[in-house]
Design a protein around this ligand. Sequence first.
Ligand code: FE2
Length: 385
Amino acid sequence: MSGSYTQYAPVLYGIGAVNELPDQVKGFGANTVLCLYDRGVAGCGIGPRVMGILKDAGITAYAFEEVEPEPPDYQIDNIYNEYKDKGIDLVIGLGGGSCMDTAKGVAWLFTFKKESIRPYLYHDSRWMWADFPLILIPTASGTGSEVSPVAVITDTSCNFKGGILVHTTLALLDPELTKTAPPFVTATSGLDAFSHAAESMTTKVTNPKSDVLCTYALSNIMKYLPIAMEEPGNMEARNALSISANFAGIAFSSASVHLGHAMAETIGAAVHQPHGLCCALTVAPCMEYVGDYTPDRIKMVADAIGVDYADIEDDGTAIGLRVGDAIRDLLRTCNIPSFADRGVTREQIMALVPDVVSNFHALKCPVPLTEEMAEKYLARICDAY
Ligand SMILES: [Fe+2]
């Protein structure tokens, strides 16, 4: 039996790396760029700063500052149709996952010169990889979208979320861009990255490369996320979180995620809560599931986050519970509210058992997910935190 691992985008990283953006743009032979971000990135000054860096270097740069969350198909189409005749030869996505996914969608339309992306969200697009020059610059350490080949875009006619595939030319990580993120964004982004690493280390399609990346990400997020919460300007912490989120993104691009994201995405869609928060609240029960069914793998997670299990060496369930408790301690340190705190009831969550089992992330669970299992771990989300 064979396995696979890969990396979809080269990475330029480091404090101040954004100042090298013009050299990178010119190095790709581009001189007219479209930079996509949202009002938050504009309002905190990062958007205008990046535009200034580009323009000061003599690059013609257009800014689109109104990127919407949960990228809607009509916005991808509108941006492409507005800018397709302006000589754009490179697209930049600057911000969180929505900004980067929107940039991926626009780059996809520039590649295939289609007026609308909606039909292709359903298309068997495995061979339709966009390769229009694209630079992705995250402003929070979380989604790993800058190195994942997929963009999730919403068909707004029926609320279906579909995916398109993109070769990203460069991922640019500058931890300085993350230090102004609000505490809730720092916490939920960091825990989203934590969940990517914890789940990628425990799927049924793990690989040696993702194991190494996940070990680094888990140990560093465990250590540095509380420091970044306490001292937002601590650049050692911001740098470690930036690399960790990126490593976790590379890991899940080949090893995938599983039960945690199956529960998080199902709950998030049903009760309209942010992705990072949902992942933060589902990762501990997910690790309890891992302990129940794959004891060797829960030990790897425990080792990475510094949980001692010498006294319960042969009891995967007990190790899983101990790992779960350590994660819940991290959540409390980061001031993560429970679903109940957010007005979501136990009844709402427990009604989602069938949807969790049929979620496509469940296909990567290390052992097949049954309704009884989904019920058990959904209940833990409500009752244990
Ligand atoms: Fe995620």
